[in-house]
Design a protein around this ligand. Structure first.
Ligand SMILES: [Zn+2]
Length: 136
């Protein structure tokens, strides 16, 4: 369970998701996309997520990973899938690598960020910075 493994972490949720001991193989791109799909601000401390947010996030991680597999893997730089083909999933990314572009859901300008040396992007309207302690 995500919440059991990461629920006490003070790290930003996006960074916590990249902890390979917690979730094997969840890459940065998928973490960024899953947080967008779940409507969760990527830099909120993991410990501030309510159970309902963890549940939603677990669902969107599965959805995003499945979409990546269906599209043959995400292509960035030198990635090739086992057949040596360039994956098609980059065209399907909603926010990753799209800072300053329009949010595909609401049209607001996407915001880029760097945390823990890894880049990402989020929608300030769909993934607002939480004002209360818990993110539901
Ligand atoms: Zn949006």
């Amino acid at each position: 369970m995500l919440a059991e493994r990461l629920g006490s972490s003070r790290r930003p949720i996006r960074d916590a998701l990249l902890d390979q001991e917690a979730i094997a193989g969840l890459g940065n791109i998928y973490a960024v996309e899953a947080l967008f799909a779940a409507g969760i601000f990527p830099l909120v401390e993991a410990q501030r997520l309510h159970a309902s947010a963890w549940e939603r996030l677990a669902g969107t991680i599965v959805t995003v990973l499945q979409r990546g597999i269906d599209n043959g893997g995400t292509t960035l730089k030198d990635f090739r899938n086992v057949e040596g083909e360039v994956g098609r999933n980059q065209d399907d990314l909603r926010v990753y690598g799209r800072a300053d572009e329009a949010c595909p859901r609401c049209g607001a300008k996407l915001v880029g960020f760097v945390s823990g040396g890894r880049s990402g992007a989020y929608c300030p309207r769909c993934q607002p910075r939480p004002r209360t302690r818990l993110v539901r």
